[in-house]
Design a binder for this molecule. Structure first.
Ligand SMILES: Cc1cc2nc3c(=O)[nH]c(=O)nc-3n(C[C@H](O)[C@H](O)[C@H](O)COP(=O)(O)OP(=O)(O)OC[C@H]3O[C@@H](n4cnc5c(N)ncnc54)[C@H](O)[C@@H]3O)c2cc1C
Ligand code: FES
Length: 283
């Protein structure tokens, strides 16, 4: 979903820096325009140091906003130099941020629709913002969040989702918490359950996580005949503004033409990161 552009470039003060799980940090930053105008699924591009390594900004989904306080949060896994530098910054320091960028999730206008949100690992970052957004628009009783991780200690945001008042289901690959297996297996069974419990309601699916998970979410949604399945892709990015073509993914021409020859390279930074699953071509 696209809206009018209200992008800012700003030096934002860090007012909170917390480790919420092993190697996973939450940073809260001050920037009133980003806090006021960001939509779930959008991201910001962060310059993690005044140095040449890394030279490029790093993209992070907007994890939460507080428009009254003029703050927004990031939730990130420390996986390389950029995220390590960000994690090492102290409260009171400033970091250069561009945003909000990219497309957002479309939560629709149907008041009776059921919303199933799927978060894999740090994919919980935008799903947390989305859960709060749908609760405010359609009511928390319509929302189920499925959270998956390799092991129980890596499950993210479950307490926050419970605090929102949504239904929360957990899956771990090692079975140390919740359902034993992939969160996508939980998705398939939850869709079936939801169809039985609410036969007259449309089901809307939203997901963010690693690419194999996204591919499986798309497959499950296709198999179950789900009309609205939106996926937020995380691609390595360079310019972040649609110039370098470093972030492209294959997408159908038009929406969902299903003609195998009619495709183009779509820029995840400007056309995405949120896509209708039917638009994407998996290889
Ligand atoms: C739109 C968008 C939103 C994102 N939101 C979040 C978020 O909310 N929280 C979060 O933790 N991460 C998020 N990411 C991923 C995040 O941008 C990368 O983890 C980060 O840029 C890594 O920087 P680094 O310098 O620490 O690691 P690097 O040194 O750049 O890379 C370390 C390793 O990770 C791999 N890698 C780097 N970027 C990605 C990526 N995007 N996807 C898969 N592998 C990658 C590299 O190939 C390398 O092997 C998002 C990415 C995009 C495109
Ligand atoms: S990162 Fe350069 S076009 Fe997307």
């Amino acid at each position: 979903m696209r809206d009018e552009i209200s992008r800012v470039v700003a030096d934002c003060e860090i007012i909170e820096q917390v480790e919420v799980a092993p190697h996973v940090f939450r940073s809260v930053l001050v920037e009133p325009t980003i806090a006021r105008t960001s939509k779930p699924g959008q991201f910001v591009n962060v310059r993690v140091c005044e140095c040449y390594d890394p030279l490029l900004r790093r993209p992070f989904s907007v994890h939460a906003v507080d428009p009254e306080k003029g703050t927004f949060s990031l939730l990130y896994d420390v996986i390389g130099r950029g995220t390590k530098l960000l994690m090492e910054m102290h409260v009171g320091e400033k970091v250069s941020v561009v945003g909000p960028l990219g497309s957002s999730f479309d939560v629709g206008e149907d008041p009776s629709a059921r919303h199933i949100l799927v978060a894999g690992g740090c994919g919980a970052a935008p799903i947390h913002f989305l859960s709060d957004w749908i609760c405010k628009k359609h009511g928390c009783d319509k929302v189920t969040v499925l959270v998956g991780a390799k092991t129980g200690t890596a499950l993210l945001c479950q307490a926050e989702f419970v605090a929102h008042g949504v239904e929360v289901k957990l899956a771990t690959e090692d079975g140390s918490f919740g359902f034993k297996g992939f969160v996508t297996e939980l998705l398939a069974s939850h869709i079936e359950e939801s169809k039985v419990k609410n036969p007259d309601s449309a089901i809307r699916i939203y997901a963010c996580g690693p690419m194999p998970m996204m591919r499986e979410v798309a497959r499950v949604c296709g198999e179950q005949g789900i009309k609205s399945c939106q996926l937020s892709l995380e691609r390595t990015m360079a310019c972040g503004i649609g110039v370098c073509m470093g972030c492209v993914t294959k997408a159908q021409d038009g929406c969902c033409s299903h003609h195998p020859d009619e495709w183009h390279y779509s820029r995840v930074c400007t056309d995405g990161p949120v896509y209708d699953a039917k638009e994407l071509i998996w290889e």
